[in-house]
Design a protein around this ligand. Structure first.
Ligand code: FAD
Length: 437
């Protein structure tokens, strides 16, 4: 029995294949098709949605791991790397850092694989920066007929966010940038302050978290800094213990995190006390800052497992959407975990939720063990009504009609899918629901 990270998705595949090379992947796809089975590539199972669920063959590509090539213009300004699809995002960011390189936008996730993160359009929180998908310059995959293919440039906007519908991603070429430290600050701020465009327009990286009934948000923002401006002792401390070290005020994100984690635990025992506990949790956060590699100082390992729905809202509608959401959730629905707001630039991927519009991401989570239906369902209703498109890797109930209405380039994507997977070897119920067959 396969289960995802949250425990909310389960399936019993007819077989789980772990091929060791490209020819092995191609063989698994061909043999499955001959036997009338479907195939789903699977990464780390960190998705919350049912995209990886199958009663056919699970194809685990985790053996395809690591950076295989680096090229640069000599100054590092236009560097590219080739990375294999089963590499975890955590390993990718560490391996880049060792080479003095970094993703253009640091990702606050470790476990998901590159193949899985690209399939769903996984993003960070740079108001002017793109997702991992946007960094893709080339891709090699095994298609539905078992052919190893280099994705043609004309098909790249389909492949960079494909829902895993075009093939098994073997490796990708990514644009990367010279590594530069970021100075990150965490502070509690009035909700209306973080809903003002000045908040996200004023920083390289920005995000905020809210409890529906609390007057303040936990805000986090960061700027890139010149490595020469980082005092040596600060940089050293950062490398040793990035999460606990603070420069300036008090004891780190750990304070806020412990307070929030505590709110969840107590809330499950004493649900009627939750709103006041959440108000206390918001006030407990103190202003702290830290400097270091983005993927380390922004890393926020979850204190509890949870279920999540996340929606990409058009940036201009974000403040109203968040206010409506907080109002709806405050009306007798408790999330137990803060609602998280992040940002991203417009994307070129035809099925990326931020396709062609600057985006505000809004994530609603409930701790594992809580019935996710009422909270996530209400959140989806409100966020869809505000122009939201669901994050493919999170829980939602969108249909082919919703996808057709939200994605103007869907016909182009389906044309590419007919080429790469004409027999629908890679389908499953989730893809049939979203793409129509
Ligand atoms: C703790 C946690 C933190 C997270 N943080 C973020 C975040 O900050 N930002 C964000 O955007 N998302 C975040 N996510 C969601 C996560 O990035 C996505 O769900 C991602 O898809 C998970 O990757 P995976 O390798 O686990 O893929 P899986 O869950 O195993 O699969 C997801 C999809 O990818 C496809 N797939 C997997 N491997 C391949 C491959 N080699 N070739 C083709 N298709 C493939 C699968 O078929 C499926 O459709 C988080 C999830 C968790 C649990």
């Amino acid at each position: 029995m396969w289960t995802n990270w949250s425990g909310g998705q389960r399936c019993r595949p007819v077989a789980t294949a772990r091929p060791l090379d490209e020819a092995g992947v191609a063989g698994v796809v061909r043999r499955a098709a001959e036997r009338g089975h479907t195939v789903r590539p699977v990464g780390s199972g960190h998705g919350f949605s049912d995209l990886a669920v199958t009663d056919g063959v699970h194809l685990d590509a985790s053996v395809f791991s690591g950076i295989t090539a680096v090229s640069s213009d000599g100054r590092g300004d236009r560097a590219t790397v080739r990375v294999r699809g089963g590499t975890t995002v955590g390993d990718l960011q560490e391996a880049l850092d060792e080479r003095g390189l970094a993703l253009r936008v640091p990702l606050d996730l470790r476990g998901p694989t590159v193949g899985g993160a690209l399939a769903v359009g996984a993003h960070g929180s740079a108001p002017r920066g793109g997702s991992l998908s946007e960094a893709v310059l080339g891709m090699r995959l095994v298609d539905g007929r078992g052919r190893v293919r280099d994705v043609a440039r004309a098909d790249l906007d389909a492949a960079r966010t494909s829902l895993g519908a075009l093939g098994v991603v073997l490796d990708v070429e990514l644009a990367v940038v010279p590594a530069a430290p970021v100075r990150v600050t965490r502070s509690s701020r009035p909700v209306e302050e973080v809903l003002d465009p000045d908040f996200w327009e004023g920083h390289d990286l920005a995000e905020a978290a809210f409890f529906p009934s609390a007057p303040t948000a936990l805000a986090r923002w960061a700027e890139y800094v010149d490595p020469a401006e980082v005092p040596a002792e600060e940089a050293d401390e950062e490398d040793d213990e990035p999460r606990e070290r603070t420069v300036g005020v008090t004891s780190a994100g750990a304070t806020g995190r412990t307070a929030l984690g505590g709110a969840v635990v107590v809330e499950r025992a004493l649900p009627r006390l939750a709103p006041s506990l959440n108000r206390v949790a918001s006030r407990l956060a103190r202003t702290v800052s830290a400097t270091g590699a983005g993927h380390r100082v922004l890393s926020d390992p979850p204190a509890v497992r949870y279920e999540q729905t996340e929606w990409a809202l058009p940036r201009e509608g974000l403040p109203d959407g968040v206010r409506a959401l907080l109002g709806a959730l405050a009306d007798g629905l408790e999330t137990g975990l803060p609602v998280r707001m992040r940002f991203g630039a417009a994307e070129s991927g035809w099925l990326h939720p931020a396709h062609e519009r600057e985006t505000g991401w809004v994530a609603v989570r409930v701790p594992r063990g809580t019935d996710p239906g009422p909270v996530l369902g209400r959140a989806a209703e409100v966020l869809r009504a505000h122009g939201g498109r669901p994050h493919w890797g999170t829980r939602h109930d969108s249909t082919a009609a919703d996808v057709a209405a939200a994605y103007p380039r869907l016909p182009d994507f389906l044309r590419v899918r007919d080429d790469y997977d004409p027999d629908r070897v890679f389908t499953n119920p989730a893809l049939a629901r979203l793409l129509g067959d």
